[in-house]
Design a binder for this molecule. Structure first.
Ligand code: PEP
Ligand code: MG
Length: 897
């Protein structure tokens, strides 16, 4: 314990004294805080203590030194353990054994180090053998300890030990580790110790104090190992958080057949089904289950039957302990109000809880669990909405295998992480990363994965392993990353060295294409076609709740009927941006477009535009019909004209021919139109100013379509006509007059009346600053944050990718500002423009239509500045609906605070 005035670095838990709580995870790490919480709940937690994350920070800030008072605090915590356990650390007659494990604030599965059975040496192992009456168990524990400690703390590679054990097994004719007797293990131990001494030049440490400080140092040291650094980078975990160290009394799952160890989820982490879901092994220690070395057995009878396993379930083998565990499951869910991922050990028929934490889950499981928890009254609908990561919906919106498609199934493993993926077979994480960087879809195939493989798993579209269960490293990590994964496909003979997989007489080589279905566990040859997902059930329920909560409307960026229909299916409430230039690129029209550009004068342009007008009108008729009265914003032509011209001489010659002119003429006109900085050039409303007949034609087509839809379907449409790239009110007013005139013409010629709005993109810094003036005549603003980002940061939209990653790596920019809004810079100008626009026109309609409209963090910003809607690509509409609801909920919290 800490004396007065000293910093407190050590917090004890269990056996009556518990100094921590679940809400102290920043200080105690997730594992430490939850062990303390479980002890507080009266659950059977082996006693122990946690050294805080602040100590880790101190350690790195002080040249890897501990504060002087740490030693006495750790000593007193160990003395307490000795007292409550009635055993002594290092006592040959009755030794206390502990585990030493890391535990950061955010869970980092398998990234850092663990040492079990610490406190064993030649003398205590003998003592343990005598006391337990089980010499085999004692020496099995000791050999595990030597291997783990030597590997984690002393950096002796595993293979030294594996070779010794394999050799011993071969000589003794043993198949399984459990076949070895106490004498065998003692012989193995002697060889292990010799191997350590040979490798390091010093003997394996017998002093238990040296052991415990070595292990503590190794855990703190592992915070900065390469695996942990990579994991933190991928998961945005700051290095400054540090890890805690948990020292806990050992309980043994390997003391005989009334012992077991297991890992479980309180609900199914793949589907979310409310069923206890886990794996266990009789007579084993924790690492045996997760390492995938032995095939784990199912916890429940239902799990066993569903997976067609022959091995008995825990429910059958240890019915009473199982019952107790099932009660703990319900108690933990009620208490934490979330699905838990737990670890337990049974020692001689007695249950011990070693860990609980919120369980990682797939996107469909997250949805089902959130919806079910709300229905069960454990959480509110608002909490359910806040629980889902909007970005994870991507997984649900992506295709699954077409059930009608032919499949050549070559193997079946466990459905470890859902989703379908096709790609080229790769055998190492590095190769997977390299191939994916070239834009290839990759399936990473491994016998089993380890934390060293995470970069390759991240780069891959899917992962296959031939060994390991649903809680193996591959399964857990793939689910967390949202990668499709099939685990334990034992029929596949994966030869990583020879780079082949043999199965059923086939030989699959590196680069061959396979498909996996992570929801069924099937592995197939070649690429299998996919289908779009059905968005019903839990998805629809949760989206319904989100829709009730959110304030902002969600629109879509769409110009084709397919996009518009898809977006409506996903719940879009209108079109926020229809880029008409995309309609000009259509192969049917490009010739007329080129004719217009090549025209020498207005009359020539008008003649070409007249040919385009019916097409344009038809486009708008279709969009208005699909959107059935929802608002539709149509943006007048934006890109530089030369984009429409052919580039190669061959293409130019073709155009010249079809236009009845010569190549020289086309080349000359292309040269005339060429610009050094087209993004800052003759585009947007500047085209409308130079050639008003273009916008006139487009406006007329829009209004004629409005009139036609009203007449044929009876549906009133109020189009929002949008002018791009405005920097002055004058530009806007000139073009608004063109649009108003076209509206009047259509009204006169059709005899029909209709409403419409004319507004502008705000996508240049000057427009933000002059927003008050512009709002005098503009009825709405739509923030074009793509161009705003480009012009405010002075970054080319098209080229910044070449150096932005370096800016992110150095922490100069946290994120790519084209993906997530630069809230401090671009955001401030958006806020200024919104405020100035409203000061003149209080009911001005405000929206955003840059790519940021589909990014959750940017959507939260839009809520803060009070925009009326966000507009994003069709597939992001559900993400935006959810993100807007979450933004409204946190805005509410801010207001209440
Ligand atoms: C923008 O600039 O944000 C925008 C939506 O327009 P575009 O991407 O077409 O330039
Ligand atoms: Mg733009």
């Amino acid at each position: 314990m800490a004396s007065q005035g000293e910093s407190k670095w050590v917090y004890s838990f269990g056996a009556g004294v518990t100094e921590g709580r679940a809400d102290m995870r920043n200080l105690l790490g997730g594992k430490g805080a939850n062990l303390a919480e479980m002890a507080n709940l009266g659950l059977p937690v082996p006693p122990g203590f946690t050294i805080t994350t602040e100590l880790c920070t101190y350690y790195y800030a002080n040249g890897r030194q501990y504060p002087p008072e740490l030693k006495s605090q750790v000593d007193s915590a160990i003395v307490r353990l000795e007292e409550v356990m009635g055993a002594r650390f290092g006592d040959a007659a009755n030794p206390l054994l502990v585990s030493v494990r890391s535990g950061a604030r955010a869970s980092m599965p398998g990234m850092m180090d663990t040492v079990l059975n610490l406190g064993l040496n030649d003398a205590t192992a003998q003592g343990l053998a005598k006391r337990s009456g089980d010499a085999r168990f004692a020496y099995d524990s000791y050999r595990r300890f030597i291997q783990m400690y030597s590997n984690v703390v002393l950096n002796v590679e595993h293979h030294h030990f594996e070779e010794i054990l394999d050799d011993h097994k071969r000589r003794g004719g043993f198949k399984l580790d459990t076949d070895l007797s106490a004498d065998d293990w003692q012989a193995v131990i002697e060889e292990y110790k010799r191997a350590v001494e040979r490798t390091l030049g010093t003997p394996f440490p017998q002093d238990v104090q040296e052991q415990v400080w070595g292990a503590i140092g190794a855990v703190f040291g592992s915070w900065m190992n390469q695996r942990a650094i990579t994991y933190r980078r991928l998961h945005d975990i700051p290095a400054s958080w540090g890890t805690a160290v948990n020292v806990q009394c050992m309980v043994f799952g390997n003391m005989g057949n009334d012992c077991a160890t297991g890992v479980a989820f309180t609900r199914n982490p793949s589907t979310g089904e409310n069923a206890f879901y886990g794996e266990y092994l009789v007579n084993a220690q924790g690492e045996d289950v997760v390492a995938g070395i032995r095939t784990p057995q199912h916890l429940t009878i239902a799990g066993k039957l569903a997976n067609k396993s022959d091995l008995p379930s825990m429910e059958e083998v240890m019915p009473e302990v199982f019952q107790q565990l099932d009660e703990v499951r319900l108690q933990l869910e009620k208490h934490y109000r979330d699905m838990q991922d737990i670890e337990f050990t049974v020692q001689q028929g007695k249950l011990y809880m070693l860990q609980t934490r919120n369980g990682k889950r797939t996107a469909p499981a997250a949805l089902k669990i959130a919806v079910d928890f709300a229905a069960e009254g454990l959480i509110t609908q608002e909490e359910a909405v806040q629980r889902i990561d909007p970005a994870s919906l991507d997984q649900l919106l992506h295709p699954t295998l077409d059930p009608k498609a032919e499949r050549k199934i070559i193997a079946k493993g466990l459905p470890a992480s859902p989703g379908a993926a096709s790609g080229k077979v790769c055998f190492t994480a590095d190769e997977a990363e390299a191939l994916a960087a070239k834009g290839e879809s990759v399936i990473l195939c491994r016998v089993e994965t380890s934390p060293e493989d995470i970069h390759g798993m991240h780069a891959a579209a899917g992962i296959i392993t031939s060994r390991g269960g649903m809680t193996s490293h591959a399964a857990v990590v793939a689910r967390g990353m949202g990668r499709a994964c099939v685990c334990g496909a034992g029929d596949l003979r994966i030869d990583a060295k020879g780079k082949t997989i043999s199965v059923m007489g086939y030989e699959i080589r590196e680069g061959d294409v396979v498909t996996i279905d992570g929801s069924t566990g099937e592995v197939m040859l070649g690429e299998v076609p996919t289908v779009q997902p059905e968005l019903s059930g839990d998805f629809a329920t949760l989206m319904g709740w989100a829709d009730k909560i959110r304030r902002m409307k969600i629109r879509t960026n769409a110009e084709t009927p397919l996009d518009a229909r898809t977006a409506r299916k996903f719940g879009a409430e209108g079109i926020g941006l229809s880029r008409t230039e995309h309609m000009f690129f259509d192969p049917d029209r490009i010739t007329s477009v080129r004719e217009m550009i090549l025209a020498e004068n207005e009359a020539g342009r008008r003649a070409a535009l007249a040919k385009l007008e019916p097409f344009q009108k038809q486009d708008f008729v279709e969009l208005f019909t699909i959107m059935a009265g929802l608002p539709v914003t149509i943006r007048l032509l934006d890109p530089p004209l030369h984009e429409f011209l052919p580039h190669s001489e061959k293409d130019m010659a073709e155009v010249a021919k079809s236009l009845g002119t010569d190549l020289l003429h086309v080349q000359h006109r292309a040269a005339q139109l060429h610009e050094q900085n087209p993004m800052l050039g003759h585009r947007g409303c500047r085209l409308g100013i130079s050639y008003p007949e273009i916008y006139e034609m487009q406006a007329r087509a829009i209004f004629a379509a409005v009139a036609e839809v009203a007449k044929t379907t009876g549906q009133a449409v109020t189009p929002e006509v949008m002018v791009p790239l405005i920097v002055t009110k004058k530009e806007f007013d000139i073009l608004k007059a063109v649009i108003d005139k076209a509206a009047q013409q259509v009204k006169d010629s059709t005899g029909q009346d209709f409403d419409y709005m004319v507004g502008t993109m705000i996508e240049l810094p000057r427009a933000c600053l002059k927003a008050a003036e512009i709002a005098e005549t503009a009825e709405f603003f739509s923030f074009g944050t793509n161009d705003l980002t480009q012009t405010i940061l002075g970054l080319s939209r098209d080229d910044a990718g070449s150096f932005l990653p370096e800016y992110q790596r150095q922490g100069i920019l946290e994120q790519d500002p084209f993906q997530s809004l630069d809230q401090e810079g671009v955001g401030e100008l958006v806020a200024i423009a919104a405020e100035r626009g409203r000061s003149v026109r209080p009911d001005i309609k405000l929206g955003i239509c840059g790519e940021h409209g589909g990014d959750p963090a940017s959507i939260s910003f839009c809520e803060k500045v009070g925009l009326d809607y966000v507009s994003c690509s069709p597939y992001r509409v559900p993400i935006a609906r959810l993100a807007a609801a979450q933004a409204a909920l946190s805005a509410d919290t801010v207001k209440r605070d």
